[in-house]
Design a protein around this ligand. Structure first.
Ligand code: AMP
Length: 192
């Protein structure tokens, strides 16, 4: 499964809970990049500036990272990707990678949110957590990148009948309930 939504739509929190409900790992490319930056790895050095500016890391780097991650054992029962794919090029890569194993994405949870409300939420978070790099300019830029680069991937998956649209406004619990209900309605029940 994939979870897709604008930056600040609450994807990360929902991804963790949803993956736990389905008994699969939640894989966040953003978290992997942040861990690499924190540990000062070569990859971290390559992506530090790019992520701080709210740009997308080049597909070549991101796709190889996903190839490695999806080669690990824990994804055998399935997986939930959070923050990947983010471009149509990444969708094509993922589709081919999974097809090599006779697999495909079953469902794409799309969290639908209001941009102004989300920007406000992010500004509050950056103040509370002292994320000095998250200026309003960077936050707005991330929303624009989402609209131009990432939103088109939803059309690709919608054409495959895989998109499950969920209202992402409300409390964490409300949204989590909506996601589970929408997936069950599509025939995807969590692990017993
Ligand atoms: P996130 O926590 O998912 O918002 O990711 C944080 C940052 O990591 C993004 O703003 C991008 O700079 C980078 N990033 C994460 N996932 C991707 C991806 N799939 N493609 C390109 N860049 C990504």
């Amino acid at each position: 499964m994939l979870i897709v939504g604008a930056p600040g739509a609450g994807k990360g929190t929902q991804a963790t809970d949803l993956a736990a409900a389905y008994g699969v790992p939640a894989i966040s490319t953003g978290d992997i990049f942040r861990a690499n930056i924190k540990n000062g790895t070569d990859l971290g050095k390559q992506v530090q500036e790019i992520t701080a500016q709210g740009q997308l890391v080049p597909d070549s780097l991101t796709n190889e990272l996903i190839r490695d991650r999806l080669a690990q054992r824990d994804v055998t029962p399935g997986f939930l990707l959070d923050g990947y794919p983010r471009t149509v090029g990444q969708v094509d890569f993922l589709t081919d990678l999974l097809a090599e194993q006779g697999a495909s994405i079953d469902a794409v949870v799309q969290l639908v949110t209001d941009t102004d409300a989300v920007v406000e939420r992010l500004l509050k978070r950056s103040e509370e957590q002292g994320r000095v790099d998250d200026t309003e300019e960077v936050i707005r830029h991330r929303q624009e990148v989402y609209a131009t680069e990432t939103a088109p991937i939803i059309d690709v998956y919608a054409a495959r009948g895989a998109v499950v649209e969920v209202d992402g406004m409300g409390t964490v619990e409300e949204v989590a309930q909506r996601i589970l209900a929408a997936l069950e309605a599509k025939g995807f029940s969590p692990a017993a």
